[in-house]
Design a protein around this ligand. Structure first.
Ligand code: NAD
Length: 260
C-alpha cells in the first residue's frame, strides 16, 4: 500500500488520466478527493472507488474559478482529514485552429483551464501540504509544447502545457523548503475521452503532410492506457520518489523521438 494513510486530491478526476490515477491512488490506500467540473462524472468515480472498498469523495469545481477550487481543496482537506498528494491534471484540448483564426475567448478558455487552473489548485493546496510536513504535487503537462511542436492548430494548448512545466520547476524550487515535491508528467497519446472536449476549425490551412512510420509510437504502436499513466503518477505520488523534484517525465512510448 504505497499511499496508506495519505489524502490525495485529483483534478479532472471524473475521466481519463485523472480517473485512472484516482482509482490507483485509492487501491494503494489513499483517501481520494475526486474534483471535476462535471458533477455526475466526479460522483461516478467516487462511487466506483467506494464500491471497490476504497474511500473517496466527489467535489465539483471549475479549476479556473479561484473560489470554487479554493473551496474544493479546503473541503477535501477537512472531510478527508489532511492533504498529502495533489494531482493537478484537469485540462482541455480546447479549440485547435490556425493562430489568425483563434478568438480571444478560445485562447482564454484553454489557458485558464490548463495553466491558471494548475496555479490555483496548487496555490490553495500549499498551506495544507505544508501543514502535513510535506507532500507531492504532480502536474499533467504534455509532450506538446515541450518536446513536440508539429501538431497543427495546437498553438494555444501547447503554450499552456509549456507554461505548466515552467511553473512546476519554479514551484519545485520554491516549495522544497517545506518538503513539498513538484513534478510534471508529459504524456503522448493516451486513450481517454478528451476528444469529446476538443474542437477543430480549418486545420487543413496549417497542416503539413507528415507520415509517421509504423509502428507509431515506436515502442507500442498504440496510445497509452490510463492505467499505464497511473503507474507513473503513483510512483511520483509515493515515497518511492522522495528524492525527485522539478522533474519532467515523458510517457509517450517513444513518440517524441520520431515526431519533433
Ligand atoms: P478527459 O477529458 O478524459 O478528462 C479530463 C477531465 O477534466 C474531464 O472529466 C473534465 O470534465 C475535467 N475538466 C475539464 N475542464 C475542467 C475544469 N475547468 N475544472 C475541473 N475539471 C475540468 O481528458 P484526459 O485525456 O484524461 O486529460 C487529462 C489531462 O491530460 C489534461 O491536462 C490533458 O491536457 C492531458 N493530456 C492528455 C493526453 C491524451 O492523449 N489524452 C495527452 C497529453 C496530455
Amino acid at each position: 500500500m504505497r499511499l496508506d494513510g495519505k489524502v490525495a486530491l485529483v483534478t479532472g478526476g471524473g475521466s481519463g488520466i485523472g480517473e485512472g490515477a484516482a482509482r490507483a491512488f485509492a487501491r494503494e490506500g489513499a483517501r481520494v478527493a475526486v474534483v471535476d467540473l462535471r458533477r455526475e462524472a466526479a460522483e461516478a468515480v467516487a462511487q466506483a472507488i467506494q464500491a471497490e472498498g476504497g474511500r473517496a469523495e466527489a467535489f465539483v469545481a471549475d479549476v479556473s474559478n479561484e473560489e470554487q477550487i479554493r473551496q474544493a481543496v479546503q473541503g477535501a482537506a477537512q472531510r478527508l482529514d489532511g492533504l498529502h498528494v495533489v494531482f493537478a491534471n484537469a485540462g482541455i484540448n480546447g479549440m485547435q485552429t490556425p493562430i489568425e483564426e483563434m478568438t480571444l475567448e478560445e485562447w482564454h478558455l484553454t489557458i485558464e483551464t490548463n495553466l491558471t487552473g494548475t496555479f490555483l489548485t496548487i496555490k490553495h493546496a500549499i498551506p495544507f501540504l505544508r501543514n502535513a510536513g510535506g507532500g507531492s504535487i504532480i502536474i499533467t503537462a504534455s509532450i506538446n509544447g515541450n518536446v513536440i511542436f508539429s501538431l497543427p492548430g495546437y498553438s494555444c494548448y501547447s503554450t499552456s502545457k509549456a507554461g505548466q512545466v515552467a511553473f512546476s520547476k519554479m514551484a519545485a524550487a520554491e516549495l522544497a523548503r517545506w518538503g513539498i515535491r513538484v513534478n510534471a508528467i508529459l504524456p503522448g497519446g493516451v486513450a481517454t475521452n478528451i476528444r469529446e472536449r476538443t474542437y477543430r476549425r480549418n486545420l487543413e490551412k496549417v497542416t503539413y503532410d507528415i507520415k509517421m512510420p509504423r509502428p507509431f509510437p515506436p515502442l507500442t504502436g498504440r496510445p497509452a492506457t490510463t492505467d499505464e499513466v497511473a503507474e507513473l503518477t503513483l510512483f511520483l505520488a509515493s515515497d518511492s520518489s522522495r528524492n525527485i523534484t522539478g522533474g519532467e517525465f515523458l510517457i509517450d512510448a517513444g513518440a517524441s523521438l520520431l515526431r519533433g
